[in-house]
Design a protein around this ligand. Structure first.
Ligand SMILES: [Zn+2]
Ligand SMILES: [Zn+2]
Length: 464
């Protein structure tokens, strides 16, 4: 059919082209460029919009739409904590038929999808394949993961941590908390058992991230109530700071003994559901059945060993994709007494500062940002320093997988070489080598000696 577009293309093809738009901005641009596209859009606005939403969100679109469409508060702004649990659980169901998606909804879908994609990348890196920063989940695995994340997003918005301040939590009393727990169970009860297990698996993954930054196990449940976005911040910033801001009260003030609102935030309702359904409760410490098995069909390199010492490490082995997650103090790798020589530590810190600068992304300034991003490229740079072949370090490659002790051993021996290489590249002409090299005691307390000789070198004599 060729009528509306007045282009040498069928309207059907124009329609198809529009449905391939990766974002709403692209779709908008197509319509602005050509009136013909706009005319064709007008004939099927719902299906085209839904197709583009699907491109952004994927098959979890019904869950993503529920997150943004649900009325989380009463019209007067009050929480819905006294409402009938079943009413709360069945309202605004996940909808599978096309419907008009408003401009505001498009914006929210894109924002939420950013959070979900970021979490999927983290999930993939930590649970599926340690060698890739971007998700390598299969489309089936990705769908399970995203569907669960959107459902967790929904749950944590409905029972969100910022809903009450500490006084209000205290005012809820025992009966208030009991009722909210019934509401939570009603919401989760809507899902079939296998999809609940997927939710459980993703919750465990989130708990593991939060456990890294929380001071105690009790805090994890409170932190969980900030949802996928809070978990993403906790991961990127490696602290609870932003998450606590989200909560509106400090974890320090929240006393789990008196306030039980968040205790067993997911585990209480889930356990009751497993029991009621006669389903085997999943265990998080079961080697044979780890929670990831509900999401992933296969793990890549799960049984791999260290490239150098054959220590088993699997997903925990260090690779270029996860170096930036290491907890390291770069200066601690400066060999022996070099750490105490300011003529060495000053240019070292300056070189690191310039790397930090290079990897600082100003576009992300207001968004969630990992300030340790530069660590990966730095360690990569240490591997790239030319080495004499035939030595002990032959075969230590940038793309290897290492256990912590091996990688640390490598850095211990090579970080000073990296500094030397960087400085020479920058035009520095090193003075004559000191006989005692990085072991020299004099360089620590005699500045003229420290400045007059090069100490970024292997000692050729024993202790002075
Ligand atoms: Zn090793
Ligand atoms: Zn010396």
């Amino acid at each position: 059919m060729r009528a509306l577009s007045a282009l040498p293309l069928d309207d059907d093809i124009v329609d198809r082209i529009m449905t391939f738009s990766p974002t709403f901005a692209t779709l908008q641009a197509l319509m602005l460029v050509s009136k013909a596209f706009y005319s064709v859009y007008q004939t099927h606005p719902k299906s085209i919009t839904r197709a583009v939403a699907y491109n952004i969100v994927g098959p979890a679109l019904p869950q993503a739409l529920r997150v943004i469409r649900y009325q989380y508060a009463m019209p007067d702004g009050n929480a819905r904590d006294k409402e009938d649990p079943d009413k709360l659980a069945t309202e605004c169901p996940e909808e599978h038929s096309p419907s008009v998606i408003t401009a505001d909804e498009k914006q929210k879908l894109q924002e939420n999808s950013k959070v979900v994609c970021a979490l999927e990348d983290i999930y993939s890196l930590t649970q599926k394949d340690r060698t890739s920063r971007r998700s390598v989940l299969t489309s089936e695995e990705s769908w399970r993961f995203r569907r669960a994340v959107y459902r967790i997003m929904f749950y944590t918005r409905l029972f969100s941590g910022d809903r009450y301040d500490l006084d209000e939590i205290a005012d809820l009393g025992e009966d208030g908390v009991k009722h909210i727990r019934l509401q939570r169970m009603a919401v989760l009860k809507e899902y079939p058992t296998d999809e609940l297990r997927q939710i459980y698996a993703v919750v465990q993954f989130m708990r593991d991230i939060l456990a890294e930054v929380a001071d105690s196990g009790d805090q994890i449940d409170v932190l969980l109530s900030t949802g996928p976005n809070g978990v993403r911040y906790a991961w990127e910033e490696r602290s609870t700071e932003s998450v606590e801001e989200d909560l509106g009260f400090s974890l320090y003030e929240y006393d789990d003994g008196e306030n039980e609102l968040y205790t067993g935030y997911f585990s209480l309702p889930l356990n009751k559901i497993w029991t009621a359904r006669g389903a085997k409760p999943p265990k998080d410490d079961d080697e044979k059945e780890p929670p990831t098995k509900w999401i992933l069909d296969a793990i890549i390199g799960g049984n791999d060993t260290c490239s150098q010492c054959a220590t088993p490490g699997g997903l925990k082995l260090l690779t270029e994709a996860n170096w930036h997650r290491m907890e390291v103090q770069p200066a601690a790798f400066l060999k022996n007494r070099l750490k105490d020589n300011t003529t060495v530590t000053t240019p070292f810190q300056a070189a690191l500062a310039s790397l930090r600068q290079q990897h600082y992304d100003p576009d992300k300034a207001d968004d969630c940002r990992d300030d340790e991003e530069w660590l990966g490229p730095w360690i990569g740079g240490v591997f790239d320093v030319p080495r004499i072949s035939g030595g002990q370090w032959d075969g230590w490659k940038r793309d290897g997988s290492y256990c912590q002790p091996c990688l640390r051993k490598f850095l211990d021996e090579h970080v000073w070489r990296w500094l030397l290489w960087e400085r020479v590249k920058g035009g520095w002409a090193p003075p004559e080598d000191c006989w005692y090299g990085y072991n020299c005691k004099t360089m620590v307390h005699k500045r003229p000696h420290a400045e007059g000789k090069n100490h970024l070198c292997v000692p050729t004599k024993g202790d002075p």
